[in-house]
Design a protein around this ligand. Structure first.
Ligand code: MN
Length: 129
């Protein structure tokens, strides 16, 4: 089954890069450019995985991750945060918000793809069928 990946990213170049990478590795990306649309889109589309930028206008990615985690229908969805931060404090905050993985920007292709594959396996364990 092709997994659908909600990609929430305000930067158009990053959004295209992430979606191209996902397609090239057999995933079906669902791009969201405006963080304000992300929760409703997730509730509507029920993605298998979510890739979440952290620094976005209007809504912080950390708050969105927490909102996904507290949603009954979406709560188990694996989430990968993508962020320009590098510090340990930032990683802790991202994990406390409920992210399963994070990849720092600028991404390396291998790390990004490996992390998506890991999350895909996590989705199979967490949300069988
Ligand atoms: Mn951003």
């Amino acid at each position: 089954m092709t997994k659908r990946v909600l990609v929430v990213e305000d930067n158009e170049l990053n959004l295209k890069l992430f979606c191209d990478l996902l397609k090239a590795h057999g995933f079906e990306p669902d791009p969201v450019r405006d963080a304000r649309d992300a929760l409703a889109r997730a509730q509507d589309a029920r993605p298998d995985l979510i890739i979440m930028d952290i620094q976005m206008p209007h809504i912080n990615g950390l708050d969105l991750i927490a909102a996904v985690r507290s949603d009954d229908a979406l709560g188990a969805t694996p989430i990968m945060a993508v962020t320009a931060y590098a510090g340990k404090g930032d990683e802790d905050r991202i994990r406390e918000a409920g992210a399963d993985a994070f990849v720092s920007k600028p991404i390396t292709l291998a790390r990004f793809v490996q992390s998506v594959e890991d999350l895909s396996a996590l989705a199979d364990r967490r949300m069988p069928g």
